[in-house]
Design a protein around this ligand. Structure first.
Ligand code: ZN
Length: 275
């Protein structure tokens, strides 16, 4: 077939963004080309439909497809990590609907329904000023941590959701001894899941004679360590998580002037709604 004469009317990149991590934690091949110059296109009609498909949204498939459609040099959206993902998603929304996003909030003091216009471009700048602190110095031992990939995060969320749902069901009839056992079992599974994610976040452990990166060895080491070590690593993971969250937007009620911190979440269903 000859080249499509309509090709020159195809969507063009609207902006270029850098992975906030500059690709430090991204496996080779996940981004094709320069990770600091990713072209971002507006969503197509198909992308918008994908984001309204509940099942595909829930299991992460929509996000991955939209990511690969709009950030064309991202060839494997599942492997994009937690510290880069939100920046790209916001850029996609900007490319599609522009910088401003209307956020509704009801004043806790007087009940006035306020609508605030949030500048996402400004908000997205946040990610260019945070670093992921990946080195934990424990004397002779140095622990390196890494952000989880979208695939790992999604797997964790789905499994956690499944367990929590079963917990609610079993807890409803707790007087039944059979259910008590199930609930205890489920709590154990939740704890194990959290522990697994924790171990996954540890990239390597450096000791004077070696660098250990086998998950099984690391797991065994954590299992046989004092809780203080666990707490130190957990604390750092938590600090990183907090730093990489979008800062709240300070705003005031138009009627009574009460100050509010607006939390902007990237819950896809509402974040990517046309408004
Ligand atoms: Zn008010």
């Amino acid at each position: 077939m000859s080249p499509n004469p309509l090709q020159k009317y195809f969507r063009q990149p609207k902006l270029y963004v850098s992975l906030p991590s500059k690709g430090t934690y991204t496996a080779p091949g996940v981004v094709n080309g320069d990770p600091t110059q990713i072209p971002v296109y507006a969503m197509t009609g198909m992308d918008e439909i994908l984001l309204k498909t509940p099942d595909a949204l829930f299991n992460g498939e929509s996000t991955v497809k939209v990511l690969q459609s709009c950030c064309a040099t991202v060839t494997n959206g599942w492997e994009i990590n937690a510290v880069d993902l939100d920046h790209l998603l916001i850029a996609i929304r900007i490319a599609t609907y522009g910088n401003m996003m209307a956020v509704e909030h009801t004043c806790a003091n007087c009940g006035t329904e306020n609508e605030y216009d949030i500048d996402l471009g400004l908000l997205n700048e946040h990610f260019n000023h945070v670093t992921f602190d990946d080195t934990i110095d424990l004397g002779e031992i140095t622990v390196k941590i890494r952000p989880l990939t979208y695939k790992e995060m999604t797997a964790f969320n789905l499994e956690n959701y499944r367990l929590q749902k079963m917990l609610i069901q079993s807890a409803q009839n707790f007087d039944n001894p059979e259910n008590q056992k199930t609930v205890n079992d489920l709590y154990k599974q939740v704890a194990e899941l959290q522990n697994e994610v924790f171990i996954q976040s540890i990239e390597s452990v450096e000791i004077p004679e070696a660098v250990v990166n086998q998950q099984a060895y690391i797991k065994e080491w954590i299992t046989n360590s004092e809780s203080e070590l666990f707490e130190k690593i957990k604390e750092r993971i938590e600090t990183n998580r907090k730093n990489w969250k979008l800062p709240p937007v300070n705003s005031k009620c138009s009627n009574c002037g009460t100050a509010t911190d607006l939390e902007i979440t990237m819950d896809q269903a509402s974040f990517f709604a046309r408004k």
